[in-house]
Design a protein. Structure first.
Length: 195
């Protein structure tokens, strides 16, 4: 199989609206979007750019990405159901297309299941898990403790920039690894394949 294209999207939401958006997504949108788009992870920031949701997708190539996005836009459960209620909460969106530099068993497992739709979740319960992950932008190839994956941006903000995902033990603050220009802590959404 050819090298996958990874897409890392970041949505800045109105102050305090990220949990509400995630609640709508887990009840009404995640099951729909994951039928069309190959989801690997979905997170809400705890430090850095607050009220930001980061999500990671993986495509075989640009043709698959275009076909998946066209199928999603043809699904009225998304365009007439979820989008009108949830998208007004978004202030800004950003997308980076990336190539994998180094991965982990956790990333490989999520990638192998990338086309499995997530289930609709009940309204009660937390929108994020207790797990703590991190993302760093920039820096060198040093792999932080709990390495999930490192990617190189090929299109989007700052081409050539490294984006690294890692998990934390949740009891101590992670030391920046590889001198990144920005590092954020985040919690996986309750429906995120990467937890």
């Amino acid at each position: 199989m050819a090298e996958l294209i990874y897409e890392f999207r970041s949505y800045r939401l109105l102050p305090g609206k990220a949990p509400h958006y995630l609640g709508l997504l887990r009840q009404h949108g995640a099951a729909v979007v994951s039928r069309h788009l190959p989801m690997l992870g979905f997170w809400m920031t705890e430090t850095g750019r607050l009220n930001t949701l980061h999500h990671l997708w993986a495509y075989a190539d640009m043709g698959e990405r275009a076909a998946c996005r066209a199928a999603l836009m043809a699904d009225t459960r998304w365009t007439k159901g979820f989008v009108p209620e949830a998208f007004p909460l978004i202030q800004a969106q950003e997308s980076r297309l990336m190539q994998l530099e180094t991965g982990s068993a956790l990333l490989s497992e999520a990638t192998a299941r990338r086309k499995e739709p997530v289930s609709v979740e009940p309204a009660d319960g937390p929108v994020v898990t207790e797990a703590l992950h991190g993302v760093s932008f920039g820096g060198n190839a040093a792999q932080p403790e709990g390495h999930i994956g490192s990617f190189i941006t090929v299109s989007g903000e700052a081409p050539g920039t490294r984006v690294s995902l890692f998990s934390c033990d949740g009891t101590t603050l992670p030391a920046p690894s590889g001198a990144p220009s920005r590092q954020e802590l985040m919690r996986p959404a309750s429906f995120s394949p990467l937890r």
